[in-house]
Design a protein around this ligand. Structure first.
Ligand SMILES: *Cc1c(COP(=O)(O)O)cnc(C)c1O
Length: 476
């Protein structure tokens, strides 16, 4: 398939507007020496090009997409309609407060809803992604210790079952990262945690459900140990799909957390954004929150900055239209629908795990939350069939591969998250495909290295793509 830059011909274009009659003489600006080399294609060519591209990609609208740790669920189209309303899209962040009361109301209501869901007291919608939320939350922890004149607390404890962004965010925020191991059940090892905490502990970051899809049964004990040592507890709530409306991090002893609106609360993601990673915290951290918050004033809302704010982590109000979708989703589902979605996510994952158990080795054989991890370690040893081979074979059957080789603590891992929006029939079909592929790897292991056969591209040189990515088109 050609790139858009390789199509068309000079002068073709599809300008629909007449040239501007007012002469425009730019002064004092950086002018290009050569005109920008833009593709010149007709509207038909343009439309066909992107339709063809869309056909070659696999999205939630094409079929099963069980990418663990990503929550690739179906997002109601009505939320897109809400986010496209001109009242939301045609507004400028610098407009006067009386003119943007509707938008402020969206912000304020969403903050309150997220506080109710998480058991927290205050919230910022400014962070643009989950990892960005982690970074923001860690800055709050840092500001809190600094405000008490306690500058010895430089360490953030991160269990090895945490999401990979956790240690990265802690390092970015200037902390030293202390890694602690998991126990045989894939959960936090309490003895290792007790040994790690001390006067230098700034806090703990816990991913829960953790990256092997398990809810840590010792969660109350974990937060107690950290708090007793004077540290704060951070909850990575990117995957709230499993617990929303059922239980709340704020009730488990956590002080601050983030959510991923683009995973749990209705924004299609993949391809890099836009996302939103709001941070919610207990009242004692609220004075450090970034950005402006909408607060009641007279019979409307006004904007206010927290007195000891860490400053802005992004411009204005974050990705506002993602917030609109989230509010629409929360209001549509309501108090009954939100836990129902969580129950569906957990039920679907457990159903699939149970059906696959006779054929695949589970990394941890426990009731899972919204996702589960299996290991192809045995198949790799016996038939030289890897997790990659299985994932690539699934592609030929119209299934997007599960997350591969993550979490790192499981060898030859496949991490499967069906989500609550898949029907029993879709799950049964997918289960049968997983079983067929597994049987085939025993019968004809050599064949397993050649898949996929039916996709627009076959196996790619992923190492070169990762190490030496070509991301800029060069004209000949
Ligand atoms: C996805 C995810 C993140 C990171 O979120 P981004 O929006 O991709 O930055 C962090 N933690 C967990 C548990 C996640 O699943």
């Amino acid at each position: 398939m050609k790139l858009i830059f390789e199509m068309g011909a000079p002068g073709r274009g599809c300008d629909l507007l007449a040239e501007c009659p007012t002469p425009y003489t730019p002064t004092n600006v950086a002018l290009r020496e050569k005109p920008l080399h833009l593709p010149e294609v007709s509207e038909t060519e343009l439309s066909r090009h992107y339709t063809e591209l869309a056909k070659q990609a696999h999205g939630v609208n094409d079929g099963f997409y069980p990418l663990g740790s990503c929550t690739m669920k179906y997002n109601p189209k009505i939320n897109e309609e809400a986010a496209a309303l001109p009242g939301f899209t045609q507004i400028h962040p610098l407009q006067d407060t009386p003119d943007i009361q509707g938008c402020l109301e969206v912000i304020s209501e969403t903050e309150q809803a997220l506080c109710a869901i998480t058991g927290m007291d205050a919230c910022t919608l400014q962070p643009a992604a989950g990892a960005h939320g982690e970074f923001t939350g860690l800055l709050l922890i840092k500001a809190y210790h600094a405000s008490r004149g306690d500058d010895a607390r430089r360490k953030i404890i991160v269990p090895d079952s945490a999401h990979g962004t956790n240690p990265a965010s802690a390092a970015m925020a200037g902390f030293d990262v202390v890694n602690i191991v998991s126990d045989a059940h894939g959960c936090v090892d309490l003895d290792a945690l007790k040994a790690a905490v001390g006067d230098d502990t700034a806090g703990l970051m816990l991913t829960n459900p953790n990256t092997v899809g398990l809810f840590d049964p010792n969660i109350a004990e974990i937060t107690r140990i950290v708090r007793e040592a004077g540290g704060l507890c951070y909850y990575d709530g990117a995957n709230l799909n499993a617990i929303m409306g059922i239980t709340r991090p704020g009730d488990m002893g956590f002080d601050v957390m983030h959510l991923n609106l683009h995973k749990t609360f209705s924004t299609p993601h993949g391809g890099g954004g836009p996302g939103s990673g709001p941070v919610a915290c207990k009242a004692f951290l609220a004075d450090f929150l970034p950005g402006v918050r909408a607060i009641p004033a007279g019979d409307g809302l006004a904007m206010s900055r927290a007195p000891h704010s860490i400053g802005d982590v992004r411009s204005f109000y974050g990705n506002f239209l993602v917030v609109v979708r989230a509010l629409c989703y929360i209001l549509t589902l309501g108090r009954e629908g939100i836990p129902e979605a969580a129950v569906g996510a957990v039920l679907n994952a457990n159903y699939m795990m149970h059906q696959l158990k006779p054929y695949y080795q589970m990394a941890y054989d426990h009731t899972c939350m919204h996702e589960f991890v299996l290991t192809l370690e045995q198949e790799k040893r016996t038939y030289n069939v890897s997790a990659l081979d299985i994932a690539k074979a699934l592609l030929d059957h119209g299934i997007h591969p599960p997350t591969m080789y993550f979490p790192l603590i499981v060898h030859e891992a496949l991490m499967i998250e069906p989500t609550e929006t898949e029907s029993r029939e879709t799950l049964d079909e997918a289960i049968q495909i997983f079983i067929d592929v597994r049987k085939q790897s025993e019968k004809a292991p050599e064949d397993m290295h050649q898949y996929p056969l039916a996709t627009p591209v076959r196996r790619l040189d992923e190492v070169t793509a990762a190490r030496k990515p070509v991301v800029r088109y060069t004209w000949e």
